[in-house]
Design a protein around this ligand. Sequence first.
Ligand code: GTP
Length: 235
Amino acid sequence: MHYKRILLKLSGEALMGERQYGIDPKRLAEYAKEIKQVVNQGIEVAIVIGGGNIFRGVAGAANGMDRVQGDHMGMLATCINGLALQSALEDEGVITRLQTALEIKEIAEPYIKRKAIRHLEKKRVVIFGAGTGNPYFTTDTAAVLRAIEVNADAILKGTRVDGIYNVDPEKDENATKYETITFKEVIDKGLKVMDMTAFTLSEENKLPIIVFDMNTNGNLLKLISGGNIGTIVSN
Ligand code: GTP
């Protein structure tokens, strides 16, 4: 296997499946099956999930809501998604632990780095909720931060496109995909992979980011088996 420990970043929107809002149980179950496949290979899996299917702080702010208030609502949304994913994984017989950056002890463990690493060593899937616990930071930043903290080999960013293209592949049919690209090239070419806070944190800590299509069955397993899937961003 190419990787021993990964951090999988899933967007909240992806959980909507065909819906306009909330969680599609079918999509959730599919993701749980994909994740189970890699856990069965002995890969240690940590997950950060967004909350945009329920609430986005930035969107709240655009509608006149206080930004910090909105971001707090977004953090709670990630906890809801974390609970849903935990439940779906357990339905598949995958052992999980949910740790949150904000304390909601009756519902989940608080985030404790050493405990998270111990869970991973015991092959439990660890889901990190509530982002970084701070407003103004995205769940992409939370994903990079947690990946660095638990010493993950790479961050796997599951999206609906199969990698990074020179131009938007949904708008231009001549778009070409990069198999590998450096952090510097992404910045020089003005490509969008993650927000700059997340991106530079990853670059400074030499943590590779792999952008791939999470909605194609078997892709996650292929990727960790060394298959030519997605785009790898590295130093
Ligand atoms: P080890 O004993 O270290 O292998 O880990 P463990 O997670 O099995 O032990 P622990 O006793 O910490 O946890 C047992 C169960 O309680 C697990 O399902 C944890 O997720 C859960 N748990 C642990 N701490 C908390 C907490 O603060 N709040 C909530 N809600 N659950 C917790």
